[in-house]
Design a binder for this molecule. Structure first.
Ligand SMILES: Nc1ncnc2c1ncn2[C@@H]1O[C@H](COP(=O)(O)OP(=O)(O)O)[C@@H](O)[C@H]1O
Ligand SMILES: [Mg+2]
Length: 393
């Protein structure tokens, strides 16, 4: 029997559209001899949909029409411990089971998908899923937490300060001092978004104020970083889990502006709607940097992946300055286009990549089941001997 894989995409995030593109790319790459693919689209207003028509990118141009032609659905735990996808009708759950689900493949970028919230929901349902778990997703999404973990292990990162939006409203002077400490120019970022949304550069206190005002409109946690001038941006993808990892070839990404923008990332092919996802960014593969720098980037990428306890496929982004220094900028735990374009030249085609991701998800599930089982049996045996719960601690 085929493995039933529910690919979840869309979601409540500024990267909604990019997620649709990445997910459809992955779906079209997957081996239909092995997998029965069930697309689940989460709309911007949190409604879940499933249906054949979701498989074609063309259909998303008329989204209202598309959503009329597919079913609104819900995941539900059935009595026999299986999770089923059911039709939802007029606010009531119908008896119309669409399918059982063996494994979920989340391809939701950014908030509510890449940050651990979807992963937490899947954990509650007891469904195995591809990619990072709750903690590693959350740590990877929050630029401050990520940097704290990396700094703790001596991974090179750029100098930074962070604060809550409320602190900005209360004491602007104090926060402007942060930038003085770092020395201009600085970059201001919302701590937990993606796709360059809300990010800007500041070369003086006036620009800093503007940059922070913009960032606080997107997040309540803000980070100010020292800006690398004469910047080279290099990315490397890592595949694996806590036990085994491999890193891909590196890419150098080219920007049209000082900050690699949403436009550079997704619309560089021309007009909106023509977008092909992350693989359409202007890039050089393999990155035209020294062999020594390439090896260092790959080593740091693997280290970052394992320190954050990542799983599946991630892309780790680096900032290189003209003095040969290399800094980890961020990890993307559900990277655009799943970084397939970095794995192809590394000897793994997109289909093999999706196979490997599903294999890793099922491996983690097997490992978890054995952990749960042993804890349960210990508790039962303690109770059986007349133990009174916590008393024996
Ligand atoms: N410290 C920095 N110095 C110079 N440029 C930076 C720095 N941080 C970010 N950038 C630029 O801004 C872009 C977006 O920042 P990034 O941290 O990757 O946020 P996002 O999660 O939105 O992709 C980067 O790709 C890079 O072009
Ligand atoms: Mg980035």
């Amino acid at each position: 029997m085929k493995t039933r894989v529910a690919v979840i995409f869309g979601g409540v995030s500024v990267e909604h559209e990019v997620s649709v593109i990445s997910a459809l790319q992955a779906i079209h790459a997957m081996d239909t001899m092995k997998y029965e693919i069930i697309p689940i689209y989460i709309s911007k207003n949190r409604e879940w949909y499933s249906g054949e028509k979701l498989l074609e990118i063309e259909n998303y141009k008329q989204l209202d029409q598309l959503l009329k032609e597919v079913d609104t659905v819900v995941l539900e735990q059935a009595a026999d411990n299986q999770v089923v996808l059911k039709k939802k009708e007029r606010g009531l759950f119908s008896k119309g089971i669409i399918s059982t689900i063996d494994v979920v493949f989340p391809v939701v970028h950014g908030t509510n998908g890449e940050d651990g919230s979807l992963q937490g929901y899947l954990e509650l349902l007891g469904l195995p899923y591809v990619g990072c778990d709750v903690a590693s997703s959350a740590a990877g999404m929050d630029k401050v937490i990520m940097k704290q973990i990396l700094r703790d292990s001596g991974v090179p990162i750029v100098d930074y300060r962070w604060f809550y939006a409320s602190a900005w409203q209360e004491n602007k002077e104090h926060i402007i001092q942060y930038a003085d400490e770092l020395a201009y120019p600085v970059i201001v970022k919302p701590a937990n978004l993606g796709s360059s949304v809300g990010i800007s550069k500041a070369t003086n206190p006036e620009e800093l104020e503007e940059a922070i005002d913009l960032a606080v409109s997107y997040s309540n946690k803000i980070i100010i970083e020292k800006m690398i001038t004469n910047l080279t941006e290099v990315n490397c993808s890592v595949l694996g889990d806590y036990e085994n990892v491999e890193s891909s070839v590196c890419e150098r990404v080219l920007m049209t502006d000082e900050i690699l923008s949403y436009k550079d990332k997704y619309q560089s092919g021309g007009k909106t709607g023509d977008t092909k996802g992350m693989e359409s960014v202007n890039r050089i593969i393999p990155a035209d940097i020294s062999e020594e720098a390439t090896l260092k980037v790959k080593e740091l990428a693997e280290k970052t992946f394992q320190l954050l306890n990542a799983s599946g496929v991630s892309r780790i982004d680096f900032l290189l300055n003209d003095e040969g220094e290399i800094f980890v900028n961020e990890i993307n735990t559900i990277p655009g286009s799943l970084s397939f374009y970095l794995w192809e030249p590394s000897g793994k085609n997109f289909q093999q990549l999706t196979d490997e991701l599903i294999r890793l998800a099922l491996k983690r599930e097997r490992e978890r089941q054995s952990i749960h089982f042993s804890i349960d049996s210990n508790l039962f045996s303690l109770h059986g001997k007349g133990s009174k719960g916590s008393k024996g601690k």
